[in-house]
Ligand binder design. Structure first.
Ligand code: F0G
Length: 451
């Protein structure tokens, strides 16, 4: 089978081009593996028209505000509302949307006390339609997949991408192929892909093995790849940062902290920050920091041991299965935005993740384990005085609490980190279910016990 182009050859896109992040080569069309035809590195989307006629910042802010009052599908989407800074569509009817974005920004009052940082917020991307930040990218990339005429879309995933892709494929009338590692992903995420009708393959390998195979597949078959190597995904995920700034009334926070797995999301947020500064929507940059699990710390090691010059892969192991990735595809993009914004890169232990997750849960918000690395990382960055206690900090919570119920239940029932030397710090956070006789007396005595 010949490999189809993701856009019509020879036809100039309206407002964007693909640029190689390594050699800078510019093209109007990308091949199906989204790799540079010259040097093989990753592509990003650029907007050359901004050079000649930069969109006016005040006009953009007014337009985005106004669209909140509209009931058209593109305006109701918290991604397409910002379409002025996204790849242009000829026809807005083409959009595949589930009303993604529009996610809440919560103040974290209890976690503020724990960390000693009073101005602490969570941007909860777990409140997206399929329960993770992936939806913001998927609406854009799935829309362009269908526009390019693909019948099949595919992804490798630790769970959330597959849930999101399966949903958008179904909504867009396309078939979805999911490649996930067998075991070590949450059944809750897998159940979504099954219900949305994707062809779901559990491969006897890890995420990195699934992604490698997918890259080979898209070179051989007319299948559109929807991993975050696909730069349309990152354009959609960019809007998280724009919506955040809008929610903060364009007051720039000092720090944004995000989990790092395959490193697409941190790259997207960083790109948004740099573009917002270029467009004068903001006048200074927040520091963007990435936190990884200690057992899947490829970026931490790449920056510390190789000065960000070459990737140090690791055999990944963590119960935060969403970020159980050892060979992150977008490491160069992430290293670039960390440097450009002056952010840090840290790692946290399994116990620190479990504790932080329970603390976010006790706040009445909750998140999945991978998201909790942000709070655990913040504690470290405060200790190191990288984050000052009078600064404003935003944690990006990437996935919903319900994405990984096994982790939560194991934690509260004491099946995780119990009896160990450090378990004391966790015990006050555990709220196991209590089995009682169905008597008023038993319930009353329990009430008194906790009074
Ligand atoms: N948090 C959650 C909940 C995730 O699902 C992921 C990645 C990340 C953080 C890391 O984001 O890869 O952009 O650095 N999940 C992917 C997936 C890999 O297949 O669902 P990243």
């Amino acid at each position: 089978m010949s490999s189809a182009s993701t856009s019509t050859p020879g036809v100039r896109q309206e407002n964007f081009r693909f640029r190689c992040i390594a050699c800078g080569d510019l093209t109007d069309a990308a091949s199906q593996d989204f790799r540079c035809g010259q040097c093989g590195d990753l592509l990003e989307i650029t907007y050359p028209t901004w050079k000649e006629s930069k969109p006016d910042a005040a006009e953009l802010k007014t337009a985005w505000q106004k669209r909140r009052l509209s009931s058209s599908p593109v305006d109701l989407s918290g991604v397409w509302r910002y379409r002025d800074v996204l790849p242009a569509l000829n026809d807005e009817q083409q959009v595949i949307t589930l009303r993604e974005g529009n996610t809440p920004l919560y103040e974290l009052l209890r976690c503020a006390r724990i960390t000693g940082v009073p101005r602490l917020f969570a941007k909860h991307q777990g409140m997206n339609p399929t329960g993770s930040f992936k939806d913001a990218g998927m609406t854009v990339a799935a829309t362009f997949a269908r526009r390019a005429g693909f019948r099949w879309v595919a992804c490798a995933s630790t769970g959330n991408t597959s849930a999101s892709m399966a949903a958008y494929a179904a909504r867009g009338g396309m078939r979805g192929l999911v490649l996930v590692p067998e075991g070590k992903i949450s059944w809750s995420k897998l159940s979504q892909a099954l219900d949305y009708g994707a062809v779901t393959c559990q491969l006897r390998t890890d995420f990195d093995g699934c992604l490698k195979l997918l890259q080979e597949l898209v070179r051989k078959a007319p299948v559109y790849q929807l991993n975050s190597i696909n730069p349309f995904r990152l354009e959609g995920q960019k809007t998280l940062a724009i919506e955040l700034l809008e929610q903060l009334d364009w007051q720039v926070p000092d720090h944004i902290i995000v989990p790092g797995g395959n490193l697409g999301n941190s790259s997207a947020i960083g790109k948004a920050l740099l573009e917002m500064r270029e467009l004068e929507l903001i006048s200074r940059l927040p520091k963007l920091s990435v936190i990884q699990a200690e057992g899947a710390n490829a970026l931490v090691r790449t920056l510390r041991e190789a000065g960000g010059k070459r990737l140090i892969s690791v055999p990944p192991e963590t119960r935060a299965t969403a970020i159980r990735i050892g060979n992150p595809a977008s490491w160069k993009k992430a290293a670039h935005v960390l440097e450009a914004t002056g952010g840090a890169c840290e790692q946290v232990t399994e116990l620190e993740i479990a504790q932080a997750k329970a603390e976010i849960g006790a706040e009445g918000i909750g998140c999945e384990p991978a998201s909790a690395v942000t709070l655990a990382g913040l504690k470290k960055l405060v200790k190191q005085r990288f984050v000052k206690t009078d600064e404003t900090v935003v944690l990006v919570l990437t996935g919903n609490l319900l994405k990984d119920p096994d982790f939560t239940i194991d934690f509260h029932r004491g099946e995780m980190f119990s009896g160990g030397p450090e378990s004391g710090a966790l015990d006050s956070l555990r709220h196991p279910p209590i089995v009682l006789d169905a008597s008023l007396d038993a319930v009353m005595r329990t009430l008194e016990r906790f009074n």
